[in-house]
Design a protein around this ligand. Structure first.
Ligand code: BES
Ligand code: MN
Ligand code: ZN
Length: 507
């Protein structure tokens, strides 16, 4: 799919479909929609009067043009109330328009830039949101269908604006949006690929390719090196699997000081979580191919960061392994020793994500001295119960970092919610046999997961994003919503990228 930005008149554009918009409550179309309406001899105005087009957010209406315009179809996208318009609504509207036309069979589409006429938003940010919405909305994962009948694809989308003076800003914003959306779509592809394809070695190869293409440092810690480093928690999880585990490291140097620590991004990559000896129920277990979504987001974000080049050093760390039962697997009652020396009683081998994060976080905070460090993980089913699919739970030991992540969530649409971590919760993971145990039962399951991980970050500024619900349909219940698909949706790739940009801008 090709995305272009051009200046020109949408009423003379030739192709399969054009997208214009309408705010809720507007009684007559204006701007590009008005110009199209004129060519259609007032058809849109009439449909508005009849109440068939209302401008409601998320609505789309397609009419054919019967040669009154060179484009075959017009799609009118509802933007909701003008006073409530946000960048995320631009993202949604952009996705809704091109997806409706795609579903009608259009291959070549032109769209206005939703929100480009509003004063309170910059042209760059609006163009970025539109580009993101289009590319995220058109993403699909159909590669394993051998029949073409169900697969409709778009070849080209042109973002059009009449005013040539806007072109430069629109192009800059759209390029940024394209980089970020392509990265998010990479995370989606990796998350939705099955575990017989996406193994730890496969992820390492993807990371190696990203490093080569975008000039990042690449390193990998294999089983032997992990042993030497004393990563007993990571290795405990990995010991039941025949697939070689690894910890993938990508480093971007943007601060001007190569080798200086900088921001750390850590992502859980369990390429399949069977639960291990504490085997999961069969129902829905297939969704655990997506238990590497956090790791996928880290690799994807590193790709976008390498392209956007913010003035900050960023290191991505992805502990990757399967969690399987076997004659070699770790067992409930086992005691593991993490890289920082802390001992862990295993209560459930299904609480494995926190174990691989433990060693990765010790490596990030103590060995590499990164700060702040933000991890993302499909860590707990309890997170889905607490916040459903619409917000990521954020656990954070630093107020400023937590507030920044919240703000980024409102802008990107990868919405966050700050969760509590009162010290009392630590009671639940006290062990009779070791320093801590890896599960504290059902109450406050997500908070307990965060309290566990906290043992491995020392005093470093740190945030933990539990994306078990927000990443999409890992439980098969994700919700399709404009540019957000119901499957693994790439969260929190865009959050990571925006965090790097925001921290770089602060310095
Ligand atoms: N990967 C799962 C969490 C998960 C569940 C993610 C559903 C996405 C959807 C994680 O490894 C896990 O099994 N967590 C356990 C923890 C418990 C044993 C303390 C859980 O949530 O049940
Ligand atoms: Mn598990
Ligand atoms: Zn898991």
């Amino acid at each position: 799919m090709e995305l272009k930005v051009q200046s020109g008149d949408i009423t003379t554009w030739k192709g399969d479909g054009i997208v214009v918009n309408l705010f809720e409550g507007a009684m007559s179309p204006d701007g590009a929609a008005g110009a199209v309406d004129k060519k259609l001899r007032g058809l849109l105005t009439r449909m508005i009067k009849q109440g068939e087009i209302k401008g409601k957010l998320g609505s789309t209406t397609i009419v054919h043009t019967f040669d009154k315009l060179p484009a075959e179809r017009v799609c009118v996208v509802g933007l909701g109330k003008q006073t409530e318009f946000t960048l995320d609504r631009a993202r949604h509207a952009a996705a809704n328009g091109v997806c409706a036309l795609r579903n009608a069979g259009a291959k070549k589409i032109a769209s206005v830039v939703h929100g480009a006429g509003l004063d309170h938003l910059t042209l760059e940010s609006v163009a970025q949101a539109n580009a993101e919405g289009i590319l995220l909305g058109l993403w699909q994962f159909r590669k394993y269908f051998t029949s073409n009948e169900e697969v409709k694809t778009v070849d080209q989308v042109v973002l059009l604006d009449r005013d040539p003076a806007k072109l430069k800003a629109l192009k800059e914003g759209a390029t940024r949006g394209e980089i970020i959306a392509n990265a998010t779509n990479l995370a989606r592809d990796l998350t939705n690929e099955p575990s017989n394809v996406v193994t730890p070695t496969y992820l390492a190869n993807v990371a190696r390719e990203i490093a080569k293409k975008y000039d990042l440092d690449f390193d990998v810690i294999d089983r032997d090196k992990a042993k030497k480093l004393g990563m007993g928690a990571f290795l405990g999880v990995a010991q039941g699997s025949d697939e070689p585990p690894c910890i993938i490291i990508l480093r971007y140097w943007g601060s001007g000081k190569k080798g200086a620590p900088g921001l750390g991004l850590v992502g859980k990559a369990i390429t399949f979580d069977s639960g291990g000896i504490s085997l999961k129920p069969a129902d829905g277990m297939q969704d655990m191919k997506g238990d590497m979504a956090g790791g996928a987001a880290v690799l994807a974000a590193m790709q976008a960061i390498a392209q956007l080049k913010p003035a900050i050093n960023v290191t991505g760390i992805v502990p990757a392994t399967e969690n399987l039962p076997s004659g070699k697997a770790f067992k409930p009652g086992d005691i593991l020793r993490a890289m920082n020396g802390k001992t862990i009683e295993i209560v459930s081998t299904d609480a494995e994500g926190r174990l691989i994060l433990a060693d990765a976080l010790v490596y990030a905070t103590q060995t590499l001295k990164l700060s702040p460090v933000v991890d993302a993980a499909t860590l707990t089913g309890a997170m889905v119960i607490a916040l459903g699919h619409h917000r990521t739970g954020v656990f954070c030991n630093d107020k400023e970092l937590g507030e920044l992540l919240f703000k980024i969530g409102e802008e990107t649409g990868e919405k966050n919610w700050l969760m509590p971590m009162d010290p009392e919760y630590a009671e639940q993971i006290k062990s009779d046999w070791a320093d801590i145990k890896n599960s504290g039962g059902r109450p406050a399951g997500s908070i307990i997961g965060a309290m566990f991980i906290k043992n491995f970050v020392g005093e470093t500024k740190w945030a933990h994003l539990d994306i078990a619900g927000s990443v999409g349909g890992l439980l098969g219940t994700g919700k399709e919503d404009g540019y957000k698909n119901k499957f693994g949706n790439g969260t929190p790739t865009r959050t990571f990228v925006h965090l790097a940009l925001a921290l770089a801008a602060k310095k």
